[in-house]
Design a protein around this ligand. Structure first.
Ligand code: GDP
Ligand code: IMO
Ligand code: MG
Length: 429
């Protein structure tokens, strides 16, 4: 059985937790998009792991981990992660495979990301400054891109870096009046990346097709979320990859038809970090209540996340665009204690009602939310082991979510730990 887990909102939905749970009966976990902008938290007992580039299956010692072709790899972050897991007794030798076609995020990408954001002032995207945009731009531009496989030809790479860094330095000086970078320093770092990372590097497309032929169970792990997808999200306030499930085939070299179930992850409310439209945002004490109770601070940057009501228009869109079969609804416990809850079931734009999300920010800017209001619940639900033990108001809340997103909710999160997950055997609609 092959499955794909993908975010249905603006990231941080809890994909890491769901991937870690599903990894138990998967042979291989594959990251297929994004880079170290991702921050996936996995809580195991009293231990917590924050993963940025390693697939969340890395925590389980028997699981193979693939970083596929469309991931943009920051070798420094990856090595830190490998070393950190090693210190904690989790080895990756022989079970981590990095695509030779994955692009490298190097120091000049991170510098360019920071300088551009600073220069944009109020118009900035609010990126994670992990060099994602500049690296993906170099990938699309082709001539100045560096891939994992280039680490095999150090003489060729040295030559290329001289040209690329000279080009970048001209941009830094002309546009930002910034200090130049030294190509030889970047090259020396690359030599050490080559030594440490080439043993993990191979043709992951061939590896995955071999695994499919052997009947292995593969779990694909999306980073970010559908609304951050460069083609289908709230452009330009998006990331630079296909962060919806549509990125999975091109990002891994495995066709979507090989996947038996696309599982979308959503929070029982909405969060977003960085700039951009957010129709259900609660810039008030309820938003602060959610932020405090759900500990809504970024795993990668520590930034406070913007919080708001559950937007069913957003999630229904992600379900439709992504071909989502079932949904994991997390952080239901975070909503305990609120008197009443709202779910946005439609927008009114220029006097017209719509339930289909307009991925066009000028239209979205005019959207007024149409809400359904439900009574809340006061009980602590963090120990509720099955759906029937949830307060009736919580059950009704989940039922309205399902109805308005047109997908069955098969998993419900009532806390960060593995066992704080309710599994439901509901049928697809
Ligand atoms: P990801 O980027 O989608 O993997 O999500 P993050 O790890 O960035 O953020 C999700 C946060 O919520 C993490 O700190 C998780 O440990 C936590 N979490 C996941 N599911 C639940 C849940 O059902 N309830 C609570 N309270 N926390 C959860
Ligand atoms: P996970 O995988 C939440 C957001 C940034 C910014 C925009 C562009 O943990 O869900 P970038 O650095 O990618 O150029 O930033 O995208 N962003 C995320 N938000 N979760 C993430 O990943 C994100 N990765 C990028 O905050 O708004
Ligand atoms: Mg995250």
């Amino acid at each position: 059985m092959n499955r794909c887990v993908v975010g249905l909102q603006w990231g941080d939905e809890g994909k890491g937790k769901i991937v870690d749970i599903l990894a138990e009966d998967s042979d291989i976990v594959v990251r297929y998009n994004g880079g170290a902008n991702a921050g996936h938290t996995v809580v195991v007992g009293n231990d917590s792991f924050a993963l940025h580039l390693l697939p969340s299956g890395a925590i389980r010692p028997g699981t193979a981990c693939v970083i596929a072709n469309a991931v943009v790899v920051d070798p420094e972050t990856l090595l830190e992660e490998i070393e950190e897991l090693d210190r904690r007794g989790i080895g990756l030798n022989g079970r981590l495979f990095i695509s030779e076609n994955a692009h490298l995020v190097l120091d000049y990408h991170k510098k360019e990301d920071r300088l551009r954001e600073e220069s944009l002032g109020k118009k900035k995207i609010g990126t994670t400054i992990r060099g994602i945009g500049p690296c993906c731009a170099d990938k699309a531009g082709r001539s100045y891109a560096v891939r994992m496989g280039d680490l095999r030809d150090l003489a060729g790479l040295q030559d290329k870096l001289r040209t690329v860094v000279e080009y970048k330095n001209r941009i830094f000086a002309a546009l930002y009046n910034a200090e130049p970078m030294d190509a030889s320093v970047i090259f020396e770092k690359c030599k050490s990346y080559a030594e440490k990372l080439l043993p993990f590097t191979l043709d992951t497309t061939a590896y995955l097709h071999g695994a499919l032929a052997d009947g292995k169970a593969i779990l694909f792990e999306g980073a970010q979320g559908t609304l951050l997808d460069i083609d289908h999200g709230t452009f330009p306030f998006v990331t630079s990859s296909n962060a919806s499930s549509l990125g999975m085939p091109s990002g891994s070299g495995v066709p979507a038809k090989m996947v038996d179930e696309f599982i979308g992850v959503a929070k029982a409310y909405t969060t977003r970090v960085g700039a951009g439209p957010f129709p259900t945002e609660l810039d008030n004490e309820i938003g602060q209540f959610i932020r405090d109770k759900g500990y809504e601070y970024g795993t990668t940057t520590g930034r406070p996340r913007r919080c708001g009501w559950f937007d069913a228009v957003v999630v229904a869109y992600s379900v439709a665009v992504g071909g989502i079969d079932s949904v994991a609804l997390l952080h239901l416990d975070t909503l305990s204690g609120l008197d009443e809850l709202k779910i946005c079931i439609g927008y009114e734009i220029d006097g017209e009602k719509t339930a289909f999300f307009p991925a066009n920010i000028s239209k979205l800017a005019k959207a007024k939310c149409i809400y359904e209001t439900l009574p809340g619940w006061k009980e602590d639900i963090t120990q509720a082991g099955d759906f029937g033990r949830l307060p009736v108001n919580a059950q009704n809340y989940v039922a309205l979510v399902e109805k308005s997103i047109k997908a069955p909710v098969k998993m419900i999160g009532v806390g960060p730990k593995r066992r704080q997950t309710i599994f439901r055997n509901v049928h697809s609609r």
